[in-house]
Design a protein around this ligand. Structure first.
Ligand code: GN1
Ligand code: MG
Length: 342
């Protein structure tokens, strides 16, 4: 099915829209449709989301809950196609869905100010604070064991077994670092087994470019990329914010001397997150904040390096060695986090 045919399936006239690809995501194909009214059109990667109906169900359940309990909360959910369904399948079996485009907004790939960090963290926290008392057992995992650090470590060691000599040699430093940080897996296992954390509906992909800022107020106003809105622990959301907020450069930066820890940004994000999530968490849980940052930075290093060793089969890459750069970048960040917060 061509792009115009997909637009038709959603009741849109292709000639009335300019279609531009957005390349910041690593998994799905995303397009902005600009017209009298604008939309976001997305093809879900069915090799990653093997049961895409779960994605749509979770988002619909959250939308229903939020509209009942927080009617003024801005939350985007899929727009139904002409046939009444939220997803249109193309002939290759890929599901497509349509979202409203929120006008007068922008995203950022790195945090510039404390105000941005505070506002984005408050925004991500508000979503999960609002959903805290929803029935998490009704939400299904869209990617099983997504942030299970022990499983990700095992996937890294499996990738190591199958990798070519050349890739192993190129990744030598990163492999040593990933192995040396294994103590974080033990901490993770102990924390989960202790029962100190409880499952709630979490966003699970809170990187800084997954929240929309209002052009006028410069405040974060709407969370996006809800594919992994599913059961999780708060450390996943808090940790991914730490991972993507505190450095002045993104995970794509290949000059690792620029990967830094900014304490003022860290403190602003913690303050912002606890402004909305504070009442949901105990002091003991809050004290896991540094570990949250370590574990999510480490898990991304493991995943990027495993993908490099596997021959770049998961994340979209635009140049050879990009996953290795991403993984090395994350390992530098992890070292800097530990030096600053231990
Ligand atoms: C992927 O969907 P996207 O590109 O924002 C990944 C996240 C990673 C992120 C790293 C389903 O997110 O877990 O944190 O890349 N999503 C999936 O940039 O694997
Ligand atoms: Mg995502």
């Amino acid at each position: 099915m061509s792009l115009p045919a997909i637009l038709n399936a959603f009741g849109l006239e292709p000639g009335e829209y300019q279609c531009d690809r957005i390349t910041t995501g690593h998994i799905n194909f995303t397009y902005k449709l600009t017209g009298a009214k604008s939309f976001i059109l997305q093809r879900i990667n069915k090799n990653v989301f093997r049961q895409p109906e779960r994605v749509a169900n979770n988002i619909r359940m959250a939308a229903d809950y939020l509209s009942r309990h927080y009617p003024d909360y801005l939350f985007t959910s899929g727009i139904a196609a002409v046939n009444g369904k939220e997803m249109v399948y193309d002939e290759d079996g890929f599901p497509w869905r349509l979202f409203p485009y929120i006008t007068n907004t922008f995203t950022v790939d790195k945090v510039d100010t404390e105000q941005e960090a505070f506002s984005a963290a408050t925004g991500f926290g508000q979503l999960t604070a609002h959903l805290w008392n929803s029935d998490v057992s009704r939400f299904q995992e869209t990617i099983p064991h997504f942030h299970d650090l022990a499983l990700r470590y095992d996937q890294f060691t499996a990738a190591l077994q199958n990798a070519t000599q050349e890739r192993k040699q190129n990744a030598k430093w990163a492999i040593e670092q990933c192995t040396a940080q294994h103590h974080l897996v033990n901490h993770y296992n102990n924390l989960i087994r202790s029962g100190e954390l409880t499952l709630h509906v979490m966003h699970n992909d809170t990187k800084i470019n997954n929240i929309l800022f209002d052009r006028t107020s410069r405040k974060a106003i709407c969370v996006i990329d809800l594919d992994t809105l599913m059961p999780g622990y708060f450390i996943y959301d808090l940790g991914d914010m730490i991972r993507t907020f505190v450095s002045p450069v993104s995970e794509e930066e290949n000059d690792f001397t620029r990967v830094l820890f900014r304490r003022n940004i860290y403190e602003a994000l913690i303050e912002g997150y606890f402004t909305s999530m504070g009442n949901c968490l105990t002091p003991e849980q809050k004290s896991q904040a540094p570990f949250a940052g370590y574990m999510m930075t480490y898990i991304m290093a493991l995943r990027f390096i495993a993908d490099y060793l596997n021959g770049d089969v998961y994340y979209q890459t635009y140049y050879a060695g990009q996953n290795l750069i991403r993984g090395q970048n994350q390992l530098h960040l992890l070292n800097n986090l530990q030096a600053a917060l231990n």
